[in-house]
Write a protein that binds this ligand. Structure first.
Ligand SMILES: [Zn+2]
Length: 259
């Protein structure tokens, strides 16, 4: 039995850096540069969307599904899944926690990137708390979980860190990740959501303008990334917050300010 379990286990691709966010496009806006950089370094990356963003003012859930697949291809993600929880009304409860535990045990990420603990959209904070709780529960042996069609329980898994991305509110990051060299691809991934964002050519729409569809919104993302980069002396950066203090094995990954 142990051997079968091990075999099933090795069939599943491990994802080093897994973003779990509530709306398709949250990860693109807030941590796409980090995912693209990690992929460039040879790590596997993925995004789990909790909902299809079906309450979004513009576009349709079907269109958003197509757009998120397009963005995934641009970021060269190894996996992208949607858990189909109800946008706006999903709860942080044992059922949803267990759904996320299953995903974490399935992909065994070292690092989880998730929504900001508090943000303009109330879904973000709730999702952040839900994912952080699930990441902890995923490491407990007495919580059994099963994948569909697999009779043996999943092996427990606890990621090293859960980092919270910074999206709408200007929160103080605990660290900045250098995304130099990944900014063009990040923008391309965001623009894959042509129904959501202002795009001069792609999507001519009579639908109402929203907070994120106004022309200035993309400028805000680009400039914020540059501002974050300026702080550490690089082209661009994305900020993250962490509840757990970061421990380093050595100083090898620290950025060198260009002179
Ligand atoms: Zn969102």
């Amino acid at each position: 039995l142990r051997q079968i379990r091990k075999d099933l286990h090795s069939m599943q691709k491990k994802i080093h850096v897994l973003a779990i966010a509530v709306h398709p496009d949250d990860a693109e806006l807030s941590c796409a540069g980090t995912l693209i950089k990690e992929k460039m370094l040879g790590n596997t990356t993925g995004i789990i969307d909790l909902t299809r963003g079906e309450l979004g003012t513009r576009g349709t859930p079907e269109l958003r599904t197509q757009e998120s697949a397009k963005a995934a291809a641009i970021m060269e993600l190894d996996v992208r899944e949607n858990l189909n929880m109800p946008d706006g009304f999903f709860e942080d409860n044992p059922t949803t926690q267990l759904e996320i535990v299953k995903v974490i045990r399935k992909y065994q990420p070292e690092i989880i990137l998730t929504n900001a603990l508090e943000d303009r959209h109330p879904d973000h904070g709730r999702a952040a708390r839900l994912v952080a709780t699930a990441a902890f529960l995923s490491g407990l042996r007495k919580i059994e979980s099963f994948l569909p069609g697999v009779p043996t329980p999943q092996v427990t898994w606890r990621p090293k860190y859960v980092f919270h991305m910074i999206q709408d509110r200007q929160l103080q990051p605990d660290f900045l990740y250098d995304i130099s060299g990944a900014t063009e691809k990040k923008l391309e991934a965001i623009l894959a959501y042509s129904s959501q964002f202002h795009h001069p050519d792609a999507y001519q729409s009579d639908e109402p303008q929203t907070y994120i569809s106004k022309p200035g919104f993309l400028d805000f993302i680009i400039h914020r990334d540059k501002m974050m980069g300026k702080i550490i002396g690089v082209e661009a950066a994305e900020g993250f917050m962490t509840e757990k203090t970061i421990g380093l094995k050595n100083f090898a990954g620290l950025v060198q300010e260009t002179t």
